[in-house]
Design a protein around this ligand. Structure first.
Ligand code: NAP
Length: 266
C-alpha cells in the first residue's frame, strides 16, 4: 500500500484526506492519505523521517511551506516562490512543487478565464499572494499588488517582473482598470468582511478569493452583486490537490470526484 499525507500544524480540520482518498478509490490505487501534525521545532526531522519511512508523498501546509522548500529540491519555476506545498519522495530524493501556484492557474482555466494580457490585482503580500503573483505573471498577466502593509507589497513587486506595489488606499483605483482581482489576505475568513470596497466592483471584473471558509465570502458576494464573475477559494484548494495527485501518480486526476468530496466536507 502507498502512503501519502498532509503535514502541518494544525492539520486536524484539513479537507485534503477526503479529497485524496476519493481520488485513490476512483482510480483503484491502494493508498492511504493521513494527517501528520508535526512539531515545528522538529520539522526537518519529520521530513527526513517521512522519507526514511518510505512515505510516497506529502502535502505541506502552514507553517511548513518554507521549511519544505529548504528540504526538497524545488524546480526552477518554484525557486522564485520560495514555498513548497507538495513533496514527491522519488528514487532520486525528495522533489518539491508548488501546486498552490499551478492549481490557481488551473482554477482560472477551468472557469474559462484566460489571464494572458489581463491586468490582475493581487490583494495581500503573504504566502498565498506570492503564489498568485508569480502564477499570474507566468500566465502573462500584468500584476499589481496591494497590501495593508504597503512596504511588503513593494518588496514582493520587486521580485515579480513588471509588477507594481501599492497600499490598500489605491485598491479602488486599481480595480477600476483591472480585469481580475484576487483576495490573498485572510480578510473574510470566518467573518463577513471584505478587503475590497463594495462600490469598486464592476461587471468587467473576475473576482477570485483564496479564502474558502465561508465559500461565499463578502468579497465574492459584493463582486457578484456588481455583475462580476466569481471563483471561490475551494477551486484553488481543489486544483492544488489535483496537481499533487497527478505529480505523485502520473495519472490524470478525477477532478469531478475530488471536487465532490471536497465540497461535501465544506
Ligand atoms: P499570510 O502569509 O499570513 O498573509 C496574510 C495576508 O493577509 C497579509 O498580506 C496581511 O497583510 C493580510 N491581512 C491580514 N489581516 C488583514 C486585515 N485585517 N486587513 C488587511 N489585510 C490583512 O497568510 P497566507 O498563507 O497568505 O493566507 C492568506 C489567506 O489565503 C488565508 O485565509 C488562507 O486560508 C488562504 N489560503 C487559501 C488557499 C486555498 O487553497 N484556497 C491556499 C493558501 C492560503 P499584512 O502584510 O499587512 O499583515
Amino acid at each position: 500500500m502507498d502512503v501519502y499525507g498532509i503535514i502541518g500544524n494544525p492539520v486536524e480540520h484539513s479537507l485534503s484526506p477526503p479529497m485524496h482518498e476519493a481520488a485513490f478509490r476512483e482510480h483503484g490505487i491502494d493508498a492511504k492519505y493521513v494527517t501528520f501534525e508535526a512539531d515545528p521545532d522538529r520539522i526537518e526531522e519529520a521530513f527526513r523521517g517521512a522519507d526514511a519511512l518510505g512515505i510516497d508523498g506529502l502535502t505541506v501546509t502552514l507553517p511548513f511551506k518554507h521549511d519544505a522548500f529548504e528540504f526538497a529540491e524545488p524546480d526552477e519555476q518554484i525557486r522564485r516562490v520560495g514555498a513548497v506545498n507538495t513533496i514527491d519522495f522519488t528514487e532520486n530524493g525528495p522533489v518539491g512543487y508548488n501546486t498552490d501556484m499551478t492549481g490557481t492557474l488551473r482554477a482560472f482555466e477551468h472557469h474559462d478565464v484566460n489571464l494572458k494580457d489581463t491586468r490582475a490585482v493581487v490583494v495581500g503580500a503573504g504566502g498565498a499572494a506570492r503564489a498568485l503573483a508569480f502564477g499570474f505573471e507566468d500566465a502573462g498577466a500584468d500584476v499589481q499588488i496591494a497590501n495593508r502593509t504597503a512596504s511588503k507589497a513593494h518588496d514582493l513587486a520587486d521580485e515579480v517582473p513588471g509588477a507594481t506595489g501599492h497600499g490598500l488606499e489605491d485598491l479602488s483605483d486599481l480595480m477600476a482598470d483591472a480585469d481580475v482581482v484576487a483576495n490573498a489576505t485572510s480578510v473574510g475568513l470566518e467573518s463577513d468582511e471584505s478587503v475590497a470596497p463594495a462600490d469598486a466592483w464592476h461587471r468587467d471584473l473576475v473576482a477570485f478569493d483564496a479564502v474558502y471558509k465561508p465559500l461565499e465570502t463578502r468579497f465574492l458576494t459584493d463582486a457578484a452583486a456588481a455583475g462580476a464573475q466569481t471563483i471561490d477559494g475551494a477551486w484553488m484548494l481543489l486544483f492544488q490537490g489535483v496537481g499533487a495527485f497527478e505529480t505523485w501518480t502520473g495519472e490524470d486526476a478525477p477532478v469531478e470526484t475530488m471536487n465532490g468530496a471536497l465540497r461535501s466536507h465544506l
